[in-house]
Design a protein. Sequence first.
Length: 700
Amino acid sequence: MSKEIPSNDLNPVQREAVLYMDSPLLVLAGAGSGKTRVITHKFAYLVKSTKYPANSILTVTFTNKAADEMKGRISHLIGKDMAGSWIGTFHSQCARILRKEIKALGFNNNFLIYDETDQCNLIRHILKEFKIYEAVYKGVTSRISSLKSSLISPAKFLSSINGFGFDEKLAKVYVRYQDELKRCNSLDFDDLIAFAVKLFEENLEMLEKYRNAFKYILVDELQDTNYAQYRLLKLLTGKDNLCAVGDDDQSIYKFRGADVGNILNFEKDFPGAKVIKLEQNYRSTQNILDVSGAVIAGNSMRKPKKLWTERDGGEKVYHCWFGTEEDEAKHIASVIKEFYLKGKYNYRDFAVLYRVNFQSRAIEDGLREELIPYRVMGGISFYQRKEIKDIIAYMRLAINPDDNVSLRRIINCPPRGIGAATISKIEHEAKKKSLSMLGAIKAILKVNGVAPSAGEKLGGFIRLIDDFTSANYKCAADMIKDITDKTGYKDFIGEEKIQNIYELVASAEDISINDFNDRVSLVTSMDNTNAESTVTLMTLHGTKGLEFPFVFITGLEDGLMPYFKAFEDNDEMAEERRLLYVGMTRAKDVLWLTGTRKRRLYTKIQEQEPSRFLNSIPPQCCQWIEKAIIPQPVTLPVKKTIQLKKPLLYVIGCRVKHPKWGVGVVRECYGDGEEQKVMVNFPDVGIKRLCLRFANLQKI
């Protein structure tokens, strides 16, 4: 490597990847192995040693943040400003090309780019025009996006439809949507990629122009590319001028269209390609790498890697099995508080990860009880979610008819067709007669002060609130269920938001309505707290590219991780395993894996089994913890302790086979030596307590 390029921070394999130029190159960069370092140094090498102009190197990644970071690093390495360079996201690079060339596709160069909100609003308008239920707009938007990322045009999709059904309606919406975009001289985000591909496929001279302009192509996160993006790369790539960096084990965005097959098939698609593996990890301890590596090894369709580190083994990975999600959350909060008080970690060093958003509710409650500040990253706090605030607004209005803020929030939620003019009249009447808005509505209805159609809608709303006010509920949960059913709110929202409402019901069991409202009112908006002093809560999907010294992964139970929808699909199950792997490899020093025996799901308390992925973990790398003992709060901080299991032949969660009752799951272990006993749950016969010396059990 040229002496002009700083290389003292490159290990031998990274250096090899930077220098290699003889054929297409795939750099398999394991988690924490320094992939950005390779890309930025490769760019610097191309400019300073091979004398490629900086603006002749097309460099694509997936986020503006990653692109800006690359620009900054490269600018530092080569001593030049990167303004005008081709370093950016797929979408920004394609937009730049289309601004110059889109007239070839019948659009003007001043086209608008519709964001997600614009896209959804247009699709809702079309659904209304076609008299299709508007509430499905998000699903329709997602399907159209998927079709575009697969380069399936409206005409092609329409021609593939056989018979009638929803797909026929979807095809008509897709055609109408694309026509409307064309009429408005607008493109959505998916069009930016699809139109760039179309431009090059239909104009070979144009393709040759850009092939000559881009002397070299650098690709970050290849595993996250969809079909259209990968097609674009294949069109633009010449013989040997491509270096793609990625990790098939970290492909977790299938739901967005990412195709892990792009990285798995790279050598077939680019004959003669060289593969270099970056396996030295600079983030995690060896125990964390061994545990995460054992989990991901369960995927058969992958490119094997063995991550290693110069760090020592570190603490063993903890696996803790609790009774309920409340126990799980309280223990996590107590561990965080203990290590924070010891002074070894700041709150910003902790991350609590989960598979599904509704899991944050119990965790948030546990952290608040310990007065631990937190932020929900990549989302919003459970109690700040729209659907939660809507339901609570109904409760508050029923309890306090003078609550105008709550009334304004829910008078048209779900939509009732009460127009702005009617609401303005209500507000005017309330101000004139010193009434609450609810009182003003009743006064207006008494004298028939609005048109009959508006009066009917307002009357229905008043009867609904009066029903909630006069009902005799045993607890807050009963009131929430009643509100959700009678308002029709469930028909207005999607599945994930319904699950959040079920979780709200769970949090309100056996609590009076007034106490529940007081508790919710006292929840502070910790999302606005300084990130430097807060614990991070986030879904596993949001963790990509991040790292934390201390990580908890919660809900390690079959049905949550892996998610139940993946049980019948091998590809989805492989994606779930990759998702857990990504979460595990975020941890630098300490990793906790937690789960619960009982969890409330869809309003019912369900018996949970430990995640099947845990079976892959090497016992010598993990500390199995049966339960946590959390002392009652006292005036002075008290060290919290955990009760560890004694060495046993069996561990909680392992599967065993009995000669008579078949396969079961160990739920509890106790005793020593010949007196060791286990409690096993057999699906067909229930719970059995067995002494091991007589039971004739076989570990599976």
